[in-house]
Design a binder for this molecule. Structure first.
Ligand code: ATP
Ligand code: MG
Length: 410
């Protein structure tokens, strides 16, 4: 397409027809699950000040270094289209003093924006479902958060054989610092064998080397020391408590010592749900605990636990079959009768569309374009006898009945 084309930008897509319906149903399932866990919905603006994301996510994170949609608005403010939901939720919690009543459980859904190379399961505008719990720091809340994620996944009819919880801990901030220098020591012996990107990360944020998918790094990563062995006793106990409760709840998990998240704000428990049906973009839901984010953004000392799932990846593996109301084409030579019948049928829970005109044969043909389940005909005879002709468009059977009886005949 040329410069002047009005067609969409790279990496975005129109949610249309079945896909739009599927999104709507996923939203409903998400909200239902969240409600059962007593989460309240929050909707933050799609754009925020750039500084809200810059510091918390980390100057070395992929999002901040290359993925943010940032621009100057007409007033000269630096604005960023939100790349993730946690920082805006935390901002709102602080700004509206929502932390005065704990535990506070908030959920959100909506579009996020990241300037990435578009590929399967990776877009520049995508949708996330997310949940955040603010409370006294406790492994019970980590487990609640993970159980809620698991229930959401189950409700989406994702094949239970195809996904697994991968979990790890980063310990507290000191543990993380200590482990980072340990990693630096470890990788310094192999510096020349590291990939180019990992050599950069070695200086800026060695933890992120563990995230590398480069073949030359993978064999080195296999033998790294585990943070689970080096972190303080308190963090060890915390993690053990989370794991044991997950077991009690029958959650299938794998401890992954190389799991680190791309964002700087995580501490203690981190996790990802991965699918074997998604190829290289295998993580479809991810999150963890953040002890310092609220404080960092100017709020009180308050720990949080949260996760986010990407809709576009979930849509590739979920097998939800939405409830569909039966669709009835109401065909009549009288607008009055057609509208009346449609009104009645809609009140009964049917989906109805009117086709008004003289030739029922033509109208029926026209109506087939919208694939109705049934057609209802109201003509001169039916008007006289206060009946309708009801045609089942699957079996082609036609009967005479009354509007009030349609429910029993469909
Ligand atoms: P990745 O390693 O795939 O880049 P990430 O660590 O950047 O993921 P998070 O920030 O944890 O992802 O976001 C949570 C979820 O949001 C991801 O697991 C994924 O399902 C989804 N997601 C993230 N980025 C994109 C994107 N560009 N397009 C579609 N979905 C995305
Ligand atoms: Mg990413």
């Amino acid at each position: 397409m040329g410069q002047d084309s009005i067609y969409k930008q790279r990496g975005v897509k129109d949610l249309i027809l079945d896909e739009a319906k599927n999104y709507q149903e996923t939203v409903e399932i998400f909200l239902k699950t969240a409600e059962l866990y007593n989460f309240k919905l929050i909707e933050t603006p799609i754009f925020e000040k750039e500084i809200l994301f810059k510091r918390p996510l980390g100057d070395d994170s992929d999002i901040v270094t290359k993925e943010m949609y940032t621009f100057e608005d007409k007033g000269g403010d630096k604005i960023t289209l939100r790349p993730e939901g946690t920082a805006p939720v935390v901002r709102s919690v602080i700004e509206n003093r929502l932390y005065e009543k704990l535990p506070l459980k908030l959920c959100y859904f909506g579009p996020m924006f990241r300037y990435e190379r578009p590929q399967k399961g990776r877009y520049r505008q995508f949708h996330q479902f997310g949940a955040e719990i603010f409370s006294e720091k406790s492994p019970f809340q980590d487990v609640e958060g993970i159980l809620m994620a698991h229930d959401f996944i189950k409700s989406l009819s994702i094949n239970p054989e195809s996904f697994k919880l991968h979990i790890n801990s980063l310990g507290n901030e000191d543990d993380r610092k200590r482990y980072t220098s340990l990693l630096k020591q470890y990788f310094s012996d192999y510096f020349d064998e590291l990939s180019e990107i990992s050599r950069l990360r070695f200086h800026k944020n060695p933890l992120r080397i563990l995230d590398s998918k480069e073949p030359e790094d993978i064999k080195l990563i296999e033998n790294v020391p585990s943070i689970l062995d080096t972190m303080c006793q308190e963090s060890k106990d915390y993690f053990a408590a989370v794991i044991s409760m997950l077991e009690q709840n029958g959650i299938n998990y794998e401890i992954d010592k190389c799991l680190v998240r791309g964002l700087d704000y995580y501490t203690e428990t981190i996790f990802e749900f991965k699918s074997t049906e998604l190829g290289s973009q295998s993580t479809f839901l991810a999150g963890g605990r953040y002890d310092n984010l609220v404080k960092l953004l100017g709020g009180p000392e308050l720990s949080g636990f949260g996760w986010a799932a990407g809709y576009e990846r979930v849509a590739l593996i979920s097998k939800i079959e939405g409830k569909k109301n039966k669709l009835i084409a109401v065909i009549s030579d009288s607008a009055k009768d057609a509208f009346n019948a449609a009104k009645f049928l809609r009140e009964e829970g049917f989906c109805a569309e009117v086709f008004i005109g003289e030739s029922f044969k033509n109208l029926l043909k026209k109506s087939l374009k919208i694939s109705p389940d049934f057609a209802v005909f109201i003509g001169e005879n039916e008007r006289k006898t206060n009946t309708v002709q009801l045609k089942n468009l699957t079996t082609k059977e036609q009967i005479e009945t009354k509007l009030e009886e349609i429910k029993n005949n469909t």
